[in-house]
Design a binder for this molecule. Structure first.
Ligand code: FDM
Length: 212
């Protein structure tokens, strides 16, 4: 796992419904890669630490109301404000494990009925992930896990629509992992696909932009 000084990091994105285990898996993956001596960071969207992120957070907590299009553009702006840092990190050899990205943006907003092409447009030009991993669980199973919080989208009927949107966004490049397997089995499968893709990035896979 010695990364040569001119090799770039990989942009790894984890997607899935609420309660699919994304956040714990991205934490475990981060810890593993870090312990193996890789240069790696754990990111998430929305990034609630920025000014835009605070507006998003307040919306999700039902503390403010926004037009569906307006909140969609804020989620997108929240990615744009991190784009240059993201590119810098990747070029300097750091792998980024990102919990949600543009696919969440499109899946959640189109689940509300917004036109999918309209939803994709503001994402054009953001960095394309080197790997998208979808942690697959049915909305019903996810709901059974309990722990839906009080945030705006954490409801079974809405999650069913989001699942449908994700399905129409998925393509053959996505790695789909059965999120109902044990935590350890999901972790093992995730490590495999991620290490493999990190290798192709180190070897010079070019960076690209959405939507490829
Ligand atoms: N979400 C997340 C969106 O609607 N659009 C986006 O672009 C992103 C990144 O925000 F319900 C939704 C998905 C989720 C909520 O995400 C907050 P976390 O992962 O629970 O913080």
């Amino acid at each position: 796992n010695k990364e040569s000084s001119n090799s770039r990091g990989a942009l790894i994105v984890l997607e899935g419904l609420d309660r699919c285990g994304k956040t714990s898996q991205s934490g475990r993956l981060y810890k593993y890669l870090d312990e193996q001596g890789h240069s790696v960071e754990s990111w998430r969207f929305p990034d609630r630490n920025t000014g835009v992120g605070q507006m998003i957070s307040s919306y999700l907590a039902n503390k403010s109301q926004l037009d569906d299009h307006a909140i969609h553009l804020l989620f997108s702006a929240n990615r744009w404000e991190k784009r240059s840092l993201m590119e810098e990190k990747l070029k300097s050899g750091t792998t980024l494990i990102v919990d949600r990205y543009s696919y969440s943006g499109v899946a959640f907003s189109s689940a509300k009925g917004l036109d999918i092409e309209w939803c994709k447009a503001p994402e054009i030009g953001l960095l394309a992930p080197d790997l998208v991993v979808y942690l697959d669980i049915s909305p019903e199973k996810a709901a059974e896990r309990g722990g839906y919080g009080d945030e705006r989208y954490e409801q079974l009927e809405f999650q069913k629509k989001v699942a449908g949107s994700y399905l129409s966004l998925r393509d053959s490049s996505w790695k789909v992992i059965d999120a109902t397997l044990s935590i350890e089995d999901v972790e093992k499968k995730l490590r495999e696909v991620v290490l493999d893709r990190m290798m192709t990035c180190h070897k010079g896979k070019p960076m690209s932009q959405l939507w490829p």
